[in-house]
Design a protein around this ligand. Structure first.
Ligand SMILES: Nc1ncnc2c1ncn2[C@@H]1O[C@H](COP(=O)(O)OP(=O)(O)OP(=O)(O)O)[C@@H](O)[C@H]1O
Length: 500
């Protein structure tokens, strides 16, 4: 009988085994089944493990990338006037449809190009400044649109290049965190300042125009006027009125000799003008505008020492609050309110704090932070508080002031400053109140030289602050109550009794 015989195999398989008396084929079936189940189990284990490993790897890669994208907060001790950006967030996520931004920051050639697919500008194009480059930069040499905005002009790139001698370095009058500023003269002889924006923070064209329109409608004699803008291809430029006498920082800290041209009265005029411009942003507009970068270099002056606040609305215009780009605290080191720096919580009280620092700077001629000074004097606020607490307020005045202010006037202005930098933001006065206090100081000053100040101008300016509102034209009784308030504030802050 052959082993291939079917009945033989059948007989063998049907034989009972010693395992529970089970037949051989049953045992074989069970073994095969168990092996299959084992193989399946091992296979599923492998697959799960592999998945875990690959997702774990991706997560750690993501973590590594995120960590790399959060730059460390840099505080450079040598320079204290740089714009400080505290980046709290992760890498920018550029939403679909928003133009990519390419920044080409050479040391000398500080050039920026917006890669704007929507407008057809060629990506990576370097900023040509000659008129010949205009066509390419303008996106196929398209004709400029006519501005549909009621307030200003839409300048062509060509117009601005002609006005600024082709945006040459000779025409550069300044460079800030938002871009390079060029001096220019239009064909109708209007002098302009052209700000070539460094970075539109991914803002789409239409949105940019809407924002510019909003800012362009703002008019006040203490705010630098925005005349128009240029949106062409990769370019975003803002065209401002030219303010012809430099900025406050230059006058306070520049090389002006032993005697400052800024007399006490001129300083008070600049302070009051700035306060009115800021008051208008805070209390004369709906929705209100928080400037976010009040500092000496943002206060331009004309030849009559009228203060003109610049850069207002830029933060909003450039969309820097937009959380999908990044969450930043913008401002300048030394001027930023503590609660804003710590939490990013922003309202007009942060501007009030910066304004308080500005008052101190104007009185003392010192920068908000000066690392070259002895330890107790590095921070202007701390030093000034100590000086006032030690009854040395007369010693804080800028040594470059030839004629010193009368003591009462000095103390009043110092008190306004101290109230503005109150660590409790809620306790800081509103801008309208600050203006009122500065104006009453003005009256009590008893200083006859009212440089360049029109005696009637004051009332006119007040009305400008708040259309229809009576922010500062308070009756004498109200002024008296404010004086009491200053005194009580002095006692609360442990200031010398002679101040009250
Ligand atoms: N409308 C203007 N008229 C005359 N000069 C101007 C005008 N706007 C700006 N400038 C000059 O250009 C400089 C640079 O201005 P910008 O506002 O860009 O920078 P900043 O205020 O110095 O710094 P940041 O913008 O980073 O805070 C200013 O200091 C100012 O002297």
């Amino acid at each position: 009988m052959s082993i291939y015989d079917g009945s033989f195999v059948n007989n063998q398989l049907s034989k009972r085994t010693s395992i529970f008396g089970l037949r051989l084929w049953v045992v074989i079936g069970i073994v095969v089944g168990v092996v299959i189940v084992l193989i399946l189990f091992l296979l599923s284990l492998c697959i799960t493990n592999c998945r875990r490993r690959s997702s774990g790897g991706a997560a750690s890669k993501r973590r590594r990338r995120t960590a790399a994208a959060v730059p460390a907060v840099e505080v450079t001790p040598v320079v204290n006037k740089e714009v400080m950006e505290i980046v709290h967030d992760t890498a920018p996520v550029v939403p679909q449809g928003v133009p990519e931004i390419q920044i080409d920051m050479g040391k000398v050639e500080h050039r920026v190009v917006f890669s704007d697919r929507a407008t057809g500008a060629s990506s990576g194009e370097s900023r040509g400044t000659s008129a010949a480059d205009t066509g390419s930069a303008g996106g196929s040499g398209a004709l400029p649109e006519v501005s549909h905005l009621g307030w200003g002009r839409w300048y062509t790139l060509r117009e601005l290049e002609i006005a600024t001698n082709g945006l040459t370095d000779e025409n550069v009058i300044g460079e800030g965190g938002y871009g390079i500023v060029y001096y220019g003269v239009l064909t109708d002889n209007t002098r302009i300042a052209v700000k070539n924006l460094l970075n539109n923070r991914g803002q789409a064209e239409r949105e940019f125009k809407v924002e510019v329109e909003a800012i362009g409608r703002v008019r006040h004699k203490n705010l630098v006027r925005l005349l128009g803008y240029c949106v062409e291809g990769a370019y975003r430029m803002l065209v401002y009125e030219y303010v012809d006498n430099g900025n406050l920082e230059q006058w306070l800290h520049g090389d002006v000799g032993d005697v400052s041209p800024l007399t006490w009265d001129i300083r008070m005029k600049i302070l009051l003008g700035t306060a009115k411009g800021l008051g208008y942003l805070h209390e004369g507009l709906e929705p209100k505008v928080v400037h976010r970068d009040i500092k000496a270099s943002n206060i331009l002056v004309d030849r009559q020492w009228n203060a003109k606040l610049s850069d207002f609305g830029l933060a909003k215009l450039l969309n820097s609050e937009n959380s999908y780009i990044t969450t930043r605290v913008m401002g300048t080191f030394g001027y930023v309110a503590p609660e804003y720096a710590c939490t990013g919580m922003l309202n007009e009280k942060s501007d009030i704090y910066s304004f308080g620092i500005l008052i101190m700077e104007i009185i003392t001629g010192r920068s908000p932070v000066e690392y070259s000074r002895p330890p107790g004097e590095i921070n202007l606020v701390d030093w000034l508080k100590t000086m006032v607490g030690n009854r040395k307020s007369e010693e804080v005045v800028d040594p470059k002031l030839k004629e010193r202010p009368v003591s009462k006037a000095l103390k009043r202005v110092l008190l306004v400053a101290l109230r503005c930098v109150d660590p409790d933001a809620q306790k800081r006065p509103k801008m309208g109140h600050v203006i009122h206090m500065l104006e009453s100081e003005d009256l009590l000053m008893g200083n006859e030289q009212r440089t360049g100040r029109e005696s009637s101008g004051s009332h006119h300016d007040n009305k400008n602050i708040h259309a229809g509102g009576d922010l500062v034209n308070k009756p004498p009784e109200a002024a008296a109550s404010d004086t009491n308030e200053i005194s009580s504030s002095a006692s609360k802050q442990n200031l010398p009794a002679s101040w009250r």
